[in-house]
Design a protein around this ligand. Structure first.
Ligand code: TXA
Ligand code: MG
Length: 306
């Protein structure tokens, strides 16, 4: 059975909350990418979610909450963490903090770690669903593990339509790249685990082992199309699709006026589209500034062949 894509009316959001309550999976729009949502406190539902994504259960999930109050029931927020939340929530920032004794998010969702990733999304449909449901919602990107994240409801339908119960249509995602993840443990300065649209100035941590991923980009291949990817290409080879940027036009252009925000919003949809027509994709150079750092991070992971 394929899940319906439904407009986010009060009735369909109430239906989505019921599905979550009964342990089902819902595709939820956020301002970054579409998430595959389930009840964070229900280990059976979380096990189904890992299975639906084909995701290794040692890779923990982000718990989505309405606000800092709800987040502080789940995790310990240092003063630094509190001020980051105050500054950037609701929005595309995930904070990894020590888990609190009062937590409701199940161990499986945290992959048994004594830390927890928390984010308060800005998308109005995600927020309405969170307030109807009343508890934390875990939501990894709604794509099979390792593949390209979805930024349109149709992407979810194509990749996961037979695995979810309902797809809430929140339109195309405004940002188009997953949230910035900062590790914010007590008495430590924040470190960057995953680049995103928010640059809070935290330094990146070094890459660690493959078996205890600290953030998803550390799994060697991620965000990957089926086609091979060649980066920083101004002149494509014969037979290659060319994803352009700025004055390097390409077959399609991420942003012809060199707007990095526009490029981020287009990145996954354009990669998906070229992936259906070509076996090799060449990508124009993207500046390593602002959200360009996150775009280059995703492209580098997607280009890995191991
Ligand atoms: O923008 C986003 O963050 C989207 C939307 C749906 O909210 N979600 C998302 O989830 O990108 P996901 O599961 O694809 O990536 C989240 C990553 C996990 O893969 C994991 O590596 C990292 O967050 N993470 C979760 N809990 C962690 C923890 N306790 N410590 C370190 N990293 C953690
Ligand atoms: Mg993901």
């Amino acid at each position: 059975m394929t899940a319906p894509i439904v407009p986010p009316s009060d009735a369909s959001i109430a239906r989505a909350a019921d599905i979550l309550q009964s342990g089902g999976l819902v595709a939820m729009p956020t301002e970054t990418v579409y998430g595959l949502a389930c009840d964070a406190a229900n280990p059976k539902a979380v096990a189904c979610l890992y299975a639906a994504k084909g995701r290794p259960s040692f890779n923990p999930l982000i718990a989505h909450v309405l606000d800092l109050d709800a987040a502080q029931r789940e995790g310990h927020f240092s003063e630094t963490a509190q001020s980051l939340a105050a500054k950037y929530w609701p929005g595309p920032l995930t904070l990894v903090v020590p888990v609190a004794a009062s937590h409701t998010v199940c161990d499986l969702a945290r992959a048994g770690l004594d830390t927890i990733a928390l984010r308060s999304p800005k998308h109005p449909v995600a927020r309405t669903l969170l307030s109807h449901f009343g508890g934390p919602i875990v939501a990894p990107s709604a794509n099979p593990s390792g593949q390209i994240s979805p930024t349109h409801p149709e992407h979810v339908l194509k990749d996961m339509g037979d695995k979810v119960d309902l797809i809430l249509d929140g339109g195309p995602c405004e940002i188009g790249i997953e949230s910035t993840i900062l590790s914010c443990l007590l008495e430590e300065d924040p470190t960057l685990l995953r680049a995103g649209s928010i640059d809070a100035g935290a330094p990146p941590i070094g890459e660690t082992s493959e078996t205890t991923p600290i953030a998803p980009g550390q799994l060697s291949r991620h965000y990957a199309p089926k086609a091979s990817l060649r980066l920083n290409v101004t002149e494509p080879n014969e037979g290659e699709a060319h994803l352009g940027f700025g004055s390097i036009n390409g077959s399609i252009n991420l942003s012809s006026n060199s707007d990095l925000e526009e490029a981020a919003a287009n990145l996954f949809a354009m990669l998906r589209s070229l992936d259906t027509t070509h076996r090799r994709i060449a990508v124009a150079p993207i500046p390593h500034t602002g959200i360009g750092m996150a775009i280059n991070d995703r492209l580098a992971r997607a280009a890995k062949r191991d």
